[in-house]
Design a protein around this ligand. Sequence first.
Ligand SMILES: [Ca+2]
Length: 460
Amino acid sequence: MRAFLLFALFCLPTLASAGDRPTNVVLIVSDDQGYHDLGCFGATDVQTPNLDRLASQGVRLTNFYVAWNACTPSRAAFLTGRYPQRNGTYDMIRNDRVDDGHLYSPDEYAVSPERILGTDVREVFLANALHDAGYSCGCYGKWDGGQLKRYLPLQRGFDSFYGFCNTGIDYFTHERYGVPSMFADNQPTTQDRGTYCTTLFRDHAIEFIDRNHDKPFFLYVPFNAPHGASNLDPEIRGSVQASPEYLAKYPAGTDKHSERRRGYMAAVTEMDAAIGAILKRLEKYRIEDNTLVIFFSDNGGSGIANNEPLQGKKSTMWEGGNRVPCVVRWPGHIPAGKVNQQFLSSLEVFPTVCAATESALPKGVIYDGFDMLPVLQGTISSPRTEMFWQRRSDVAARVGDWKWIDSKRAKGLYFLPDDIGEKNDLSAKHPEKVEEMKRLLAEWKSKMEVAEPRGPFRDY
Ligand SMILES: [Ca+2]
């Protein structure tokens, strides 16, 4: 017992808050936000006062990666704590015929991939672990993990859900290329059609805090902002929609590109205001000190986003596809106003949240990350020394400070400390390093096939 008490004393800063106040968790995810599109990451054109304040009260992670360079697998990876190649969600769940302007009829849609596919039901989601630990769990926003009932948030540990389950919508009609897409809990709904979706997700998140402020909770708010609107109308398609109030905060564009950039910036600022309202609600109930807040983008910025100084965008294997802005705040546990340049990833989120909430990490599951709190506290260097990415035949590896890419749109070997923009291909100069990367990638691929107590997922 004495040993345990000593252990508990030494570990106090990493465990839940002292006294009888368990740690709450607010996980906020933006969609396709550029690495440079927050004030606290260097933006001078985009206004993000609330994210900037969050960063000033917490730590900014500048060397933080997601596990896939686009939406669906990136989200399944951090929600399960496992590489896409391990959890089985290793590609988009998406009806690709919309790319050719096809409007799915209800009958076609009913049997289409994005209607019937989802993340494996044997996967254990973060909300499952927290729910088992006695947490109330709410999800408001872009679920993107499947639409059949067995794939919905209420079957994944959440007690409450409002949002859409495919990979993008029109911000006002809530349709995805003409298909109504909003859900309330397990049921489709069109009751809020016409209301800007960021506002709806904000309001549901705030109501969730109102209902749960006096008990432990996990609030997951995956905004779809600033993802392009999923509308077949060529005037809307690919643009980012914002409400008139927030558009008015930015000058009108002088051409199509600058006008689209304006919509994007307005959507980011409107999301930032929603984040501010959620954070303010924590203050209202004086629970901001025992609430761990984690924010990051689900993948690199696309199209009109700004990923400077990184090269490439969403869906590429360049840093601009997989390295994302991330901010973590936990007053009294994580130092305020710091920049952390350690090599970390979204795979760390699951074990980190379990550690902060003293929830048991589910048994019999192989995790690909670790509790990163000691790294954020500055007491240890990051245990992460390597990370691998695969999207069909595109692959990339980061090992130590080296990055190697073999893909259709990007290739080469880069030394990131000297070349964060991946401009100087060193593969001819260091062929031995390329060989090492290829060998480590092959080893990683074979590890992803390894069976665990529940069996190999990929072959299920
Ligand atoms: Ca995305």
